[in-house]
Design a binder for this molecule. Structure first.
Ligand code: ADP
Length: 505
């Protein structure tokens, strides 16, 4: 079929509710109402598989952020939200999960259209993880509790601690898992009793703004508890991070912007949590089960077009298995079906934007210039205007190269062989990065696996697997990969203050 006709056919297959949503134009949720931007600015939303504009969304500027923050402030300070029982709050958080599950197919289509990811991936990963995050967190609402310490003071006292919501939270999310990132932010904050202003990424605002619409239609949140907007980083993200009425900012994105967020938060010393970049190593020992390691490393490297902060971007394999592993991984990579995300047979979609394609392609060029070999990939799709780059593996690399040191955030990975090194030496190489988000280790020797788990400085270690996520598993970074943890009970800590109460008896 002609490429253009094929693209049109795919967009024509979108669910009627999604077509209506795109035609009517997505809106912000501010103070319980669906509204447009005060200054009237709009952002083009493109399908990365075709580079065509599919709709426009309002562009928030500081006045929209201010309105959203004031509404969240009022809802926190005066509203029924803070007086609600924990059980009622938990039920509402659970309801957000039900809304997403009920509209799962529509959300999968939106994620694919907006971000480019294969719809099969959105159906299997993004959407279930999103609703399961709300289901998981909702249960915590009734389990948040203080303690009764025993102070050794000279007078008779009774002391206890209270866990209280931190207040108004600004949340800024990236474009790689748009709905899932919204869920990871909203679920713990609301469960803790905070009110929220969430800013979706300008490149992928559609699923968060659709959730906003469904919240108005199908949930009974008091006005101001959840506000959802989108806009550019400087125009909308920065005013949110700086706003004096915001008590806490939670950010996921690049380490570079994470540092700007920290600076912006100093005005009122708001609490900050950050989930930032990564450069995950995946280490294959000589005794690894290659039948599992080959598909595992391939998935680790190329899932979500490699636009994942925990992507397996640095492959280290023992010299005795290096060739066999890389033959297998490069064959699997070359067989990945690259195509429009909305095509159910596509196994990898385009990168999110023209800028991102240019950035990532720049790294392939830099790798070539620094002497790396392109084992497979390194080129786009013929006859397509979309932002495609085939899965790319670079070999003949060393630790001085930019492709080994810097986060690429695309389907480009670097493979290196190691000799009979001590575990400490190997761990030092794995840790030779400013990041510390994730790592995976492939071996059948349980002792080696757990020794490596102890030695690697990263928030997530996968043994004989990669990319296993669950709402119960804390997720976050060592070093410049961030502050704090998402998911698990740890995520609630990001949104709670502790108060010590002491009474002299
Ligand atoms: P990525 O590399 O994933 O695009 P960014 O860190 O650039 O990551 O963007 C992640 C999010 O941060 C987006 O929502 C973006 O709009 C926002 N952002 C970018 N710059 C700023 C800034 N200076 N202040 C606040 N938010 C920002």
């Amino acid at each position: 079929m002609d490429k253009k006709v094929e693209d049109e056919t795919l967009e024509a297959s979108l669910a009627p509710a999604i077509k209506t949503y795109l035609q009517n134009g997505p809106k912000f949720l501010i103070d319980g109402e669906l509204v447009t931007a005060k200054a009237g600015g709009m952002i083009d939303v493109r399908n990365p598989a075709t580079a065509q504009v599919v709709t426009k969304v309002p562009e928030a500027r500081s006045e929209d952020i201010d309105a959203a923050v004031k509404s969240a402030r009022k809802a926190f300070d005066e509203g029924p939200w803070s007086r609600m029982t924990a059980a009622e709050r938990g039920k509402l958080v659970y309801k957000l999960g039900e809304i997403i599950e009920r509209h799962a197919e529509e959300f999968a289509q939106l994620e694919s259209l907006d971000n480019g990811k294969p719809i099969s991936e959105a159906r299997a990963a993004d959407i279930p993880v999103s609703y399961n995050t709300f289901y998981y967190m909702a249960g915590w609402a009734t389990k948040i509790a203080g303690s009764t310490p025993s102070p050794s003071v000279p007078i008779d006292v009774h002391s206890y601690t209270l866990r209280e919501p931190v207040g108004v939270v600004g949340q800024i999310i990236p474009w790689n898992f748009p709905l899932m990132m919204a869920a990871w932010k909203l679920a713990p904050a609301l469960t803790a009793g905070c009110t929220v202003v969430l800013k979706a990424a300008e490149d992928t605002p559609l699923s968060a703004l659709r959730l906003a619409e469904l919240i108005v239609e199908e949930a009974d949140f008091p006005p101001g508890v959840i506000n959802i907007v989108t806009g550019y980083g400087e125009g909308a993200g920065a005013p949110l991070a700086e706003h004096p009425l915001v008590d806490k900012v939670a950010f996921t994105g690049s380490t570079e912007v994470g540092k700007l967020i920290v600076k912006a938060a100093t005005g009122n010393l708001k609490r900050v949590t950050l989930e930032l970049g990564g450069k995950a190593p995946t280490i294959v020992f000589p005794d690894a089960d290659l039948d599992r390691a080959i598909p595992g490393v391939t998935l680790g490297s190329f899932f979500a077009q490699g636009q994942v902060c925990v992507a397996a971007t640095r492959i280290y394999a023992h010299k005795s298995v290096f060739d066999k592993l890389m033959d297998g991984v490069s064959e699997a990579a070359a067989n990945i079906k690259v195509g429009p995300g909305l095509d159910p047979t596509s196994q990898m979609g385009p990168l999110v934007s023209a800028d991102q394609l240019q950035r990532v392609s720049g790294y392939v060029d830099a790798g070539r210039e620094e002497g790396a070999n392109v084992l497979v990939g390194g080129e786009g799709l013929q006859d397509s205007d979309g932002y495609f780059l085939k899965p790319t593996i670079l070999t003949n690399a060393n630790s001085d190269m930019r492709v080994v040191r810097e986060e690429i955030f695309g389907p480009v990975v670097v493979a290196q062989a190691f000799g009979d090194a001590e575990l400490d030496q190997l761990a030092a190489e794995a840790n030779n990065t400013e990041y510390g988000l994730a790592a995976s280790v492939w071996t059948q020797n349980a002792s080696v696996a757990h020794k490596m788990a102890k030695r690697i400085k990263a928030g997530t270690i996968w043994l004989n697997c990669h990319h296993v996520f669950d709402p119960s598993l804390p997720f976050g970074g060592y070093k410049q990969s961030g502050w704090g943890r998402e998911n698990g009970p740890d995520a609630l800590e990001n949104y709670l203050e502790t108060k010590a109460v002491t009474m002299a008896l």
